[in-house]
Write a new protein. Structure first.
Length: 174
């Protein structure tokens, strides 16, 4: 679907090739088969497909785009640029967190992004810090697709359970 929607678009494809190195890994890749797919999934902690990882030449990851997108090629190009440059991309949030920030919004944003990484222990610890944060009982966050909200505490409790289930699934595969 991403191929048809974006990567098959000549204007988008030209931009991508001029500014990035694109690596496609398909589970049923005709030459590499499942070996490349599994190796990249393990190396980058991919939990969902499709996943587009934005990184620089030394393989420092800035952010990732996960799932299908129903926008235009230009809108997807903007998402890629934002993933590389935004102050709230994965890399910038992680640096702030590792420098000792206990800002509740920062932890919520980073915990949300960590859903798509296999950094299960880190995510659980962060969610536990969210639960312990003084304002987490009154801070409301979006949850689900219908505009519902939960307190940050309730969100973190649900996400801890989900993360533990996901962690078990990956351990069972090994």
């Amino acid at each position: 679907m991403l191929d048809e929607q974006f990567f098959g678009n000549s204007k988008f494809h030209s931009y991508l090739n001029e500014n990035f190195v694109a690596i496609h890994a398909y589970k049923k890749h005709p030459q590499a088969g499942e070996d490349l797919y599994k190796m990249l999934g393990d190396k980058f902690g991919i939990t969902n497909t499709p996943t587009v990882i934005i990184m620089n030449a030394d393989m420092t990851e800035f952010d990732r785009l996960v799932g299908f997108d129903d926008g235009t090629a230009d809108e997807y190009k903007t998402k890629i640029i934002d993933a590389y440059t935004a102050s709230d991309n994965y890399l910038n949030l992680l640096k702030k967190y590792e420098n000792g920030s206990d800002n509740l919004d920062l932890m919520l944003n980073l915990a949300y992004k960590l859903r798509y990484y296999r950094k299960f222990e880190m995510r659980i610890k962060m969610l536990e810090k969210i639960i312990a944060a003084p304002k987490s009982k009154t801070k409301m966050v979006p949850f689900g697709r219908n505009g519902a909200e939960l307190s940050a505490t309730e969100y973190a409790k649900k996400e801890i359970k989900q993360t533990r289930n996901l962690m078990q699934r990956y351990e069972d595969r090994r």
